[in-house]
Ligand binder design. Sequence first.
Ligand code: FES
Length: 109
Amino acid sequence: MTARLVPEANDPIAPRAATPITITVNGEPVDGVLGQTLAGVLLASDILAWRSTSFGDRPRGAFCGIGVCFDCLVIVNGQRDVRACQRRAASGDAVVFHRDAPLGPSGDR
Ligand code: FES
C-alpha cells in the first residue's frame, strides 16, 4: 500500500485549502499562498533573480534557500537586507528589489 492509497479521511497530514495572499513586487501585485516565504512567492511567479551584485551587476535570487548565502536580499516594507528565503510572506508586503551601486574606494556608495 502506498501513501496515495490512504483515504482522505485517514490522511494524517490532513491538507487544507491554501489561503491566497497578495504582495507587491516593485509595485506590481503578485499572488502567493499563506505560509510561503517571499522567495517562494517570487519563484512561483517565475521571478528568478531580484538582486544584482555590486560589482559586475550579476543577477542573484535564491541560492541556498536556508538563510546562509544572503544572495536573496530584498527590501520589505522599507526594511533593507531582508533574506527572502527566511521571511514568510504576509498579504500586503511591499517588496522592492535591491540594486546597490558599487562601493567606492573608501566604502562609500
Ligand atoms: S537564498 Fe541563501 S540566504 Fe536566502
